[in-house]
Write a protein that binds this ligand. Structure first.
Ligand code: PMV
Length: 347
């Protein structure tokens, strides 16, 4: 039996991916850009064992076995990595025929799953990376990102640390739709992220059906696709220059536009709740009190939980501010982490 365990970090997009032009290959309608967070605090940990004695492929997620018969995305990752391993086995008959062995996968998130905290990104990145290690694939991270993309779009960005773009590409087969690192984690060490768990409940509308509904019914989506390319260029420049003012404004505008598009679908999709909106208002008031020089930027994925980007010098004040205005008696909902981004060390 061969067995490997790896962890992968969460990434939080500052220019959001929302919409697929190809639902089978998971090809997006726009480029996106994210910051990979430190995996010390938020991560998915995945163990995979291959054994010819196993009856079939199986998955346990957070200790509970899942039915994977209809889990196409996971099978995409199995199929792609097994094909690469098979090629190696053909070239070297001494290799164990691991590509033919059934797999048992155990994956755990140390944070709420499917609550809009990018659990699918870290989960599928961990799956693909662990498969690559198990099969001893010589595949580059860029190539692995193309496979992870077929597990969950945003997962492709979790294979790199620091600041990562997912280039949408233009090829019909998806060969140029992959993640690239814009800057390493060491580039802007003053930048930190605060994750505010507003609710750990599973989201009502999955990203997959939310995206589908958006493409089918939001007129505003056209406008979003028009502005994102300019935002991508401006965001890359802001990161290069470590310009928090521009970084913050683009981050907040992009989050707001993503949630506006969700509201513009028919029927509308609500990912934010009253607490999320309260945090948005608080951050705007906090920035306004500093003469409009931004000290903090919020962003929300497909859920009510806030991620606040700020530089180290202001983070303590921001944690106190959030704690003051949003005290909570529920331990789970008052968990705030400071979370400097990091590379994929120890994977
Ligand atoms: O990777 P998915 O299918 O879970 O989609 C994630 C979409 C957002 O988190 C809302 C945005 C993003 O770019 O991560």
């Amino acid at each position: 039996m061969s067995s490997v365990t790896c962890t992968a970090p969460v990434n939080i997009a500052v220019i959001k991916y929302w919409g697929k032009r190809d639902t089978q290959l998971i090809l997006p309608t726009n480029d996106s850009l994210s910051v990979t967070l430190s995996q010390d605090i938020l991560h998915s940990k995945t163990s995979i064992s291959a054994n010819k004695g196993y009856a079939q492929d199986r998955l346990w997620l957070n200790g509970i076995e899942e039915d994977i018969t209809k889990n196409k995305r996971m099978h995409n990752c199995f199929r792609e990595t097994r094909a690469l391993r098979q090629r190696m086995e053909k070239e070297d008959p001494d290799l164990l025929p691991l590509s033919t062995y059934p797999l048992h996968v155990c994956s755990e998130n140390n944070f709420p799953t499917a609550a809009g905290l990018a659990s699918s990104a870290s989960g599928l990145a961990a799956l693909v990376f662990t498969l690559a290690k198990l099969f001893d694939l010589p595949t580059s991270m860029t190539d692995l990102s193309r496979i992870a993309r077929q597990g969950s779009g945003s997962a492709c960005r979790s294979l790199f640390g620091g600041f990562v773009a997912w280039e949408m590409g233009s090829e019909a087969d998806g060969s140029d739709s992959r993640a690239v690192q814009i800057a390493p984690d060491t580039h802007w060490p003053e930048l930190e992220a605060l994750v505010c768990v507003v609710s750990d409940a599973k989201k009502g509308t999955s990203s997959t059906s939310g995206m589908q509904q958006t493409i089918e019914s939001s007129p505003l989506m056209k406008e979003r696709l028009r502005v994102v390319p300019g935002r991508m260029d401006a965001m890359k420049q802001a990161i290069k220059d470590k310009n928090f003012q521009t970084f913050a404004e683009l981050t907040m505008r992009d989050s707001n536009q993503f949630h506006s598009v969700c509201l513009d679908t028919f029927p509308p999709i609500f990912y934010l709740n009253d607490t999320s909106r309260g945090i948005i208002q608080l951050i705007h008031e906090y920035n306004a009190a500093n003469n409009g020089v931004y000290k903090a930027a919020y962003t929300y994925d497909a859920g009510p939980n806030a991620v606040i980007y700020a530089t180290k010098e202001n983070m303590k004040e921001i944690i106190e501010l959030i704690g003051h205005y949003f005290p909570s008696s529920d331990e789970k909902k008052s968990t705030y982490f400071t979370d400097p981004y990091n590379v994929l060390e120890g994977k």
